[in-house]
Design a protein around this ligand. Structure first.
Ligand code: SF4
Length: 344
């Protein structure tokens, strides 16, 4: 059954912090906070056009949901509960900070039907967390993940690549530690410098340099491959640009690409095919068969892989292959074979 989120952005409410990269209003495309009563209207509007036979969750994103007062959290949850009781909504998911989770909060969330909590972890390196002014120890993440799991709620981990003080190696280390935490899902965002943030100042003063797009893809494909190989569902790669984010001057610097995931997927296939060419250097052609849905990833954005691999590279559709299979010069490879090669 298809899954849909009804997104409700709670803009910066409850957040006592000021992380150097944060420009919440611009990310959400909203300036003001939302009242619990407005949540009801949004849900009703979405339910009017979402297909009946689908899994629907109300998603409180944007701010630090569990950082708002206990009573206000309850007010938001109470609005959703009747929709869950009637079977119109199947659960609630929300995003929050790792240091805003405790037993009392989780008891309430569970009671009102929260099924998934996404933690804005960003990095699992203490130096990087400190330079980013996240203001919590790495242990807070481990503690929060363990607590959430105890309540049988799915855990998501959001990671940012290229934060102040990091390196490609440290970002990959964070990915390895994420695997040890065994979340259900993850999101990967390359760090962008947005106007009006502390990071913009750091960038202008030369204290901070974001990844180039090439660097972000290079580390991103390793992080992505490692998570997927360990059965962590990567539900988003790269920031979804709101209208405001696309406005001139909002993104000051950084590896922005509107199809960052596709870039990474394309590079994963390119690396794999190139490694086979190296292994089979006596072959004078490379013929790839794949399920129709993977063709665009194999040839890359704007056919970049095709251009790089030259005229001895042929890609053809084979409807009998499933999404996780690819046939190269007569030999079948699975998705895991492809991802493993990225980590060599
Ligand atoms: S905790 Fe989240 S909302 Fe608060 S400043 Fe940091 S990124 Fe922004």
């Amino acid at each position: 059954m298809k899954h849909y989120n009804i997104p409700i952005f709670i803009n910066h409410v409850g957040c006592p912090n000021s992380c150097v990269f944060c420009s919440q209003e611009k990310i959400n495309g909203m300036e003001t906070d939302i009242k619990p009563i407005e949540v009801k209207n949004i849900i009703e509007e979405y339910l009017e056009y979402l297909p009946k036979k689908s899994t629907i969750e109300v998603a409180f994103f944007g701010g630090t949901f569990t950082g708002i007062s206990f009573g206000l959290q309850r007010e938001y949850l109470e609005v959703v509960k009747p929709f869950i009781d009637k079977g119109l909504v199947h659960g609630i998911r929300l995003s929050t900070r790792p240091d805003c989770i405790d037993n009392k909060i989780l008891e309430q969330l569970k009671k009102f039907g929260v099924t998934a909590i996404e933690l804005g972890v960003q990095s699992l390196n203490q130096k990087v967390l400190d330079l980013t002014e996240r203001n919590y120890p790495v242990e807070a993440v481990e503690k929060a993940v363990a607590l959430i799991k105890r309540f049988d709620i799915d855990v998501g981990i959001q990671l940012m690549l290229g934060l102040p003080g990091t390196t490609e190696e440290l970002d990959f280390e964070t990915a390895k530690r994420t695997v040890e935490l065994k979340p259900t899902m993850a999101r990967i965002y390359p760090t962008l410098v947005l106007s009006g943030t502390k990071m913009e100042k750091m960038y202008n003063e030369g204290i901070y340099t974001p990844y180039s797009l090439e660097e972000a893809v290079k580390v991103g494909k390793k992080v992505y491959s490692l998570l997927e190989l360990n059965d962590i569902k990567v539900i988003r790669v790269g920031l979804q640009p709101s209208e405001d984010l696309r406005e001139e001057g909002v993104i000051v610097a950084g590896p922005f690409h509107s199809a960052f995931r596709e870039l990474i997927e394309g590079e994963i296939y390119l690396d794999f095919i190139q490694s086979l060419i190296l292994l089979e250097n006596n072959k004078n052609f490379i013929e790839v068969y794949s399920n129709e849905k993977n063709i665009s990833k194999i040839i890359g954005i704007n056919g970049v892989n095709k251009k790089k691999l030259g005229d001895k590279f042929f890609v053809k559709i084979d409807k009998n292959l499933n999404l996780n299979e690819i046939l190269i010069n007569g030999k079948k490879y699975g998705r895991k074979d492809i991802l493993k090669r990225i980590l060599v």
